[in-house]
Design a protein around this ligand. Sequence first.
Ligand code: IPE
Ligand code: IPE
Ligand code: MG
Length: 224
Amino acid sequence: MNPIKHVAIIMDGNGRWGIIKKKSRNYGHKQGLKTVEKIIKESLKKKIKFLTLYAFSTENWKRPKNEINYLFTLLDNFLSNKIKQLNKEKIRFFVLGKKKFNKKLNDLLNYSEKLTSSNKRLQINLALNYGSKSEIISAITNLKKKKLKINESNITNNLYTKNIPDPDILIRTGNRKRLSNFLLWQLAYSEIFFEKKLWPDFNEKDYNKILNIFKKTKRNYGKI
Ligand code: IPE
Ligand code: IPE
Ligand code: MG
């Protein structure tokens, strides 16, 4: 049985879900947040140590302003209301990506990271303004500045994910089979699950099905 330390998720399909329900894309995002809460709870139950959630990519800035504003308002409200509770539950909150938002949100993200920094039960990495290519470029730029060799461990230790083990599992909901600039380096040996359901419809049962398949999968890492 494979132990599960780290699950990463591309939470895709909110917009389509909102439209299918004859409401708005933003309505889909609001519903998607409920799935986030379900999956956090289930991850705690399953004693998973790291949960990485792709919430906003560097490419998502190309979306309409109204949608971008809605997403960040959702995040702001969620953290303002829930960070104390997450802290009580011994959850660590950590941002992957460059924190370049308005001052209020930057402050809230920094506060949330600091408040929860010593928690060890579950670490939630929120990929926000995250792009894997820019992460790799900044890692290599760091190495050049520090005059360090460009090798595998030095690159790994200069990514946003330094000190975080690579994901065992990547899940992408929303019936699209692509990585969309997510964790390109870290996913080298992850087990990948593409899920047809849209993110707001994804539930604990779907999640557990994937975790159970993973547990029985033989991981070779090039060996036999
Ligand atoms: C959520 O799904 C991903 C985010 C950027 C928050 P989408 O908003 O991409 O939904 P679809 O893929 O358009 O349905
Ligand atoms: C990936 O979804 C980004 C997030 C889930 C945050 P997108 O919907 O942005 O990906 P593409 O554009 O369809 O590849
Ligand atoms: Mg999408």
